[in-house]
Design a protein around this ligand. Structure first.
Ligand SMILES: [Zn+2]
Length: 282
């Protein structure tokens, strides 16, 4: 893609984000840049995910984006209501689903997943670990350029419930910092490793302007059960509002890379609109 095309693409994304931002209330989740409002819901909890990966940053159009500006990072993030449980699904009119990929970015797998998403013009969420971002900043730049949403998945993928408040804050803050540097803006979403949430993670996330996002359907791809099984779990779990958990790092993810080439066209053919949230700025 030519650089001037990237500029154009970013402008389109920014224009639609700005239009959405004009409307709203904190906590309401919008699905898709051009969609109707969608509210998040929080049913039962779900567990487990695996850990993590590297290259050189390149200057890219996203660095010139007007939202980030040329000055210091934005001041204190808007404080959010502290939730008692994470968001597990999206809801709204229509057959929306959301694909999420954890533990990356990884230079061996993430580019293939991005290629497949691009082939079908689909946006997804990537919950990244800070220590993986450091050596793969160009992958976050690509995510920004291609309209994906990046969330905070801590720096080292620890079990947060075993850490004290200061350690949790450090894990989350450092990761938001490196995401801002590589992606162009601070994350508005976070996901606790292993789905292990506690009061401190909800409080600190809210303080940092991030909503807790869990998932509805776990592909358990990190157990490398075989591409067919991953595909089957996702296709049979498909339903309106479902948030799918997969991984683009933390081990051999070639099954996950192959699986999305199968389930993504299936979901689209089944009438699902794969989308990402845009939280309204309230
Ligand atoms: Zn994880």
């Amino acid at each position: 893609m030519q650089k001037d095309q990237l500029f154009t693409r970013r402008r389109v994304i920014l224009a639609s984000a700005a239009a959405l931002g004009a409307a709203g209330t904190a906590g309401v989740v919008l699905v898709g840049g051009d969609e109707e409002p969608v509210r998040t819901t929080a049913p039962e909890p779900a567990p487990v995910a695996g850990p993590q990966a590297r290259q050189a940053p390149k200057p890219s159009a996203f660095r010139l984006r007007p939202l980030t500006g040329y000055g210091p990072p934005r001041a204190a993030p808007r404080k959010l209501k502290v939730r008692k449980e994470p968001i597990l699904s999206i809801s709204g009119r229509g057959r929306h689903m959301m694909l999420t990929f954890d533990d990356g970015p990884n230079p061996h797998y993430t580019p293939h997943i991005l290629d497949t998403l691009a082939r079908y013009n689909v946006r997804a969420m990537f919950f990244v670990c800070g220590e993986c971002v450091v050596d793969n900043k160009e992958l976050l730049a690509r995510m920004a350029d291609e309209g994906h949403v990046v969330g905070n998945h801590t720096w080292t993928h620890p079990l947060l419930t075993t850490l004290n408040r200061k350690e949790i804050r450090s894990e989350m803050e450092r990761t938001s910092d490196v995401i801002e540097d590589a992606y162009g803006e601070r994350p508005q979403w976070f996901r606790a490793p292993y789905g292990a949430w506690n009061r401190a993670t909800f409080q600190l996330g809210a303080e940092m302007g991030m909503e807790p996002m869990a998932w509805t359907v776990d592909s358990r791809d990190w157990t490398t059960p075989g591409t067919d099984i991953i595909v089957d779990r996702i296709e049979s779990g498909a339903a309106p509002g479902v948030v799918v958990l997969s991984h683009d790092a933390g081990g051999d993810r070639s099954q996950s890379v192959r699986a999305i080439r199968e389930y993504l066209p299936y979901l689209i053919d089944s009438g699902y609109h794969l989308t990402v949230p845009h939280r309204r700025v309230g």
